[in-house]
Design a protein around this ligand. Structure first.
Ligand code: 4AZ
Length: 247
């Protein structure tokens, strides 16, 4: 997160920190996520696409980045992934074309933390161009991409209309109706924030998943988020159709 500040305790109990030990040692942080049902994390497909499922875990309620860090007294729970469902037509090697950058991670166990509500009806369609939205994560603090925070960062962004976002990315990348754009002066999500939420605090709903952008905090290029309401049906069906843990 660029231009943000320390997330307050208790503000995002449903935020999940993804860790993996396939590319990195000892379950190191790789992406954000959010608890959307007691046993399901919503994250970005580009986060999980190259990872074997047995190398993935999520800490729900994480505020501290170091695995042995002090979580500030906030309650958290760690679960490993049981299986991962990527959006059906998601293609890692063609990921900017029509992103649908969604993955649902089934957890080995049920969290007792309250999941966050998703925008399944499309409240984003009524946003004004400066509607305030929040994003959060443990990603890069500046455009060197290397500095990572020890504590969860959050930042308020302004919603960018589809028309304006298309215009800004003209000649560079396609902005589809399955994407949401948001930006702020010297504020953005960045490398490592992927998979985390775009959050509408007023309505207490997550509306997007951190997906991509040209650079970070470049005034020409807003951050791009996968639009949750675009694939509400797939998200709900995937979560509800699961019958592997009937007890
Ligand atoms: C990334 O590399 C990334 N400015 C995430 C978000 C944005 C850019 C890059 C948006 O994960």
């Amino acid at each position: 997160i660029i231009g943000g500040s320390d997330a307050p305790k208790d503000a995002y109990p449903w935020f999940a920190k993804g860790s993996e030990n396939f590319f990195q040692p000892e379950f190191t942080f790789f992406c954000g996520g959010m608890l959307v049902a007691p046993d399901w994390i919503l994250t970005a497909a580009h986060c999980t696409a190259l990872l074997p499922v047995e190398t993935v875990s999520f800490q729900i309620g994480a505020l501290s980045n170091p695995i042995d860090g002090d979580n500030g007294g906030q309650y958290s729970e760690i679960f490993s992934a049981e299986y991962i469902v990527e959006f059906p037509d998601y293609n890692y090697y063609n990921q900017y074309d029509d992103s649908n950058d969604f993955a649902l991670v089934k957890l080995k166990g049920h969290s007792t933390i309250t999941p966050v509500d998703m925008d399944l009806t499309g409240i984003t369609n009524s946003y004004d161009s400066d509607k305030k939205l929040w994003t959060l994560g443990f990603g890069a603090l500046d455009t060197s991409y290397y500095t990572k925070p020890d504590w969860l960062q959050h930042v308020d962004l302004g919603f960018i209309s589809q028309r304006m976002c298309k215009d800004k990315y003209k000649g560079l990348s396609k902005i589809t109706d399955n994407m949401l754009c948001a930006t702020g002066p010297d504020k953005d999500s960045c490398s490592g924030d992927s998979g985390g939420p775009l959050y509408d605090k007023e309505n207490d709903k997550v509306v997007g998943v951190v997906s991509w952008g040209e650079g970070c905090a470049d005034p020409q290029y807003p951050g791009v988020y996968a639009k949750i309401s675009s694939q509400a049906e797939w998200i709900q069906e995937t979560i509800c159709s699961d019958t592997t843990d009937v007890e």
